[in-house]
Every structure is written in structure tokens, then in C-alpha cells.
Design a protein around this ligand. Structure first.
Ligand code: 5GP
Ligand code: ZN
Length: 113
């Protein structure tokens, strides 16, 4: 999608600190990390947010979470981690392309602000 920051990152038009890439998704470190480990996982196809997901995306979502588990194991996130996807204005979404934040290597508070 034109003028979408994460589509441009997925296409390599804007550089990112890549952690993992395959035909369906890209994982890269967040530019403004909120934990010692903070990366984002995005589908390469443009999906505006989790609110736009359908049953047809089940395989993609399984792949996203399996990839997150594998990356967290590789990074040694033995104490656990948090996966967050913000949706819309009240959810705190600032980039309108579906992304999963993965935060680890510090104790994370609950509930979030
Ligand atoms: P949101 O606020 O939509 O849930 O999350 C967007 C995230 O994207 C934020 O954590 C922000 O720091 C990150 N971000 C915004 N622009 C860039 C960028 O150009 N490169 C990278 N690596 N992260 C970005
Ligand atoms: Zn996009």
C-alpha cells in the first residue's frame, strides 16, 4: 500500500534492523524500544490492524506466533515475554499496518496504562 510506513519497511524501501524475514512476514527491532528486547512482527501484506483480520488469516497468525516463539527462544527470553497488538486510537495504534510488539527481558507491569 502506498504511503504506509510498514509496507515500505517490508519492501526494503525504508531500512530496518531486521531480525527475521520470510515470504510472509518480517521481524525487526522497534526504533523506540520499551524493553531490553522490543521487536515488531508484521505481515508483508497490508492489513490495517487486528480489527481487519478474518478466518482466512488463521494460517498467517499461526505463523506469526510460531515465529515469535522461535525468535524469543533464540534470543534467550527465558523469563517470558509479552505480545501486544494495538488497535485504533484508543488502543494506542500509531502505524496503521498490523504489527505485533514483542517485549522481553524486563518485568512488565499489568494492567497497561
Ligand atoms: P503502535 O504505536 O502503532 O502500536 O506501534 C508502532 C511502533 O512502531 C512504535 O513502537 C514505534 O516506535 C515503531 N516505529 C515507528 N516508526 C518506526 C520506524 O521507522 N522504524 C522502526 N523500526 N520502528 C518504528
Ligand atoms: Zn502497510
Amino acid at each position: 500500500m502506498e504511503d504506509c510506513l510498514f509496507c515500505k519497511i517490508a519492501a526494503g524501501q525504508i531500512p530496518s534492523n531486521k531480525l527475521y524475514e520470510d515470504d510472509r512476514l518480517l521481524a525487526f527491532y522497534d526504533i523506540d524500544p520499551q524493553a531490553p528486547v522490543h521487536f515488531l512482527v508484521i505481515p508483508k501484506q497490508h492489513i490495517a490492524s487486528a480489527a481487519a483480520l478474518t478466518e482466512a488469516d488463521a494460517d498467517l497468525l499461526g505463523h506469526v506466533f510460531a515465529t515469535i516463539a522461535s525468535l524469543c527462544a533464540k534470543l534467550g527470553c527465558d523469563g517470558g515475554y509479552r505480545v501486544v497488538t494495538n488497535v485504533g486510537e484508543d488502543g494506542g495504534q500509531s502505524v496503521p499496518h498490523l504489527h505485533f510488539h514483542v517485549l522481553a527481558k524486563r518485568s512488565l507491569a499489568w494492567p497497561p496504562g
